[in-house]
Design a protein around this ligand. Sequence first.
Ligand SMILES: [Ca+2]
Length: 619
Amino acid sequence: MNFRDKAITGLFILGSTLGAANAAEKPNILWITSEDNGVSWISCYGGKNTKTPAIDQLAKEGFRYLYCFDNAAVCAPTRSCWITGMYGISNGTQPMRSRNEIPHDKIPYYPDLLKKAGYHTSNPGKTDYNIGGRDDYEAWDLGKKKGNGKRSPYGWKARKEGQPFFCVYNTTTSHESKAHGAVNQVKNDPAKMTLFSYHPDLPVIRKNYAKYADAVERMDGDVAKCIATLKKDGLYEDTIIIYNSDHGGVMARSKRFLYASGVHCPLIVRIPEKYKHLYPADKPGSTVERLVSFVDMPKTWLSLAGAEIPDTFQGRVFLGTGAEAEPKHHLGFRERADERLDHVRLMRDKRFAYHKNYMPYAPAGQHLAYLWKAPATPAWEQHHRDGKTNEVTGRFFRPRVSEEFYDNESDFDNVKNLIKDPKYQVRISELKAALRKKQLELFDSGLLPEGMRMRRAKENSMTIYEMVRNKKLYPLESYLDAADKALVRDAKNLDDFVKAMSDQDEGYRWWAVVGLHLLEKDAASAKETLKKALKDDCHEVRMMAAWSLVKLGDSTEAMACLNDLLFNATTNEMMLHNVLDWMGEPALPLVKKFLADGGSTRGKYGISILGRVGELQGW
Ligand SMILES: [Ca+2]
């Protein structure tokens, strides 16, 4: 071997040694997620209804984040956000559920990048990414569908010897479905349950809480088992463990909703001593005050793994040597959940929360088949129908105001709307401005109703992601202005609405008809415009115009229009059924006819919207 060869060999050895050292430095990452339990169900967060010793122990050995919030408040859009690192509203994947396509050549999934960084990636459990055009499991080295037979839920076991791993362990034991069904056999004492102030104190509600508390405690057992397995495999001191829930909940008005009980989640990170340079506070056992949004998580995992981070990742790295500046605010979004339409945006900081209701004419607590499977929900609703709820416990079932504002420090239950309180106007303006800025930055795709948004993307052979980034097809700034004008319910805007009802863009006509609708009696002089709108090309506009006319006491043509949409086909059946339910009594003859004609009483998750209307009427 000559000198040159020796030098090359030496370099090679040096190189591989460095490589090995780098590999050894790459921490394993175990991401434990549980379902549907907000901070109130975890004892180290002060939850009074449950004991969660495994999670509490992890907090003692790790770092407990006090201000961690989900962006979507419900499963599928949350998981879309996690897998892509993008807010669902930014790529059109926010409705629960949908499988809208995104440009997969532009938007990688975070395990793709972890793999490139040398990691073994596994997620043998739930995916629910809510995205079309790509198989959920395809991104993982070990997913659910690959291979045969029963698989270990602990994906790290499938890695190659010495390979760093990233593993998701998702326990479904505390999923909402575990609060469904009979509530008589419960381990926890119903009398000892602490109820949210918006729930009436009824025996069945207490029992349902106890049933869910049992489920959360079993979930904690799953966490204990997962950690014990990791220890048994000799990996505990080589692995960063993250624990959090996938959104808040559960018990009606938490999961799916942007109130604190729906978005405020536990987040605990345990970092082994050997990686102590990554500690977010002085020592294990501390709490961390940094605000964390769920969208920050995948980006942070990439950073911890030393992987490439493309600019499609919209969060901020919250931990480790690559940590970015703490965000001041957190954005949350709510749109369709199963068969029920809604549209809300949340902008909050650690303490204060501003909510904008883009569909305030619908109550938050509209019947949703899946949510009604927990006995507490129908019991609460019946209590309301019986006239027994008060201002706090009945508000869920009433139409909403356009804006809400809460002080979460004194009002975690979000029952005292301070939107008009002079003391908070500066803070409210700040959050409103932050919301608008973020909506523009993200290309918030929600400013056209879902059906209209999908049609427009399809007509232009685009994904929603692409459509909303085209200013001609989606003039977001003007849509935000049009929506704000509609939501403010100010009669001085009437002429503007009437004018906008002739706009060529159905998007402006939509916000104009919403504006007219919300003006109620103040829109009486616009009846002719509304009647003309009964023949609008856009069915969403027709429906809202019809409902508005009915409210103004001018029903004949309006009901004929709805009859036509219901029996001679419509481009947006889901919205039509929602509108007929929101209308209440005036729509009953149409619903009766629909059911008598054999209209379906079955929906995807139980009774259909109109089936339920019929059920309440005893038909
Ligand atoms: Ca969930």
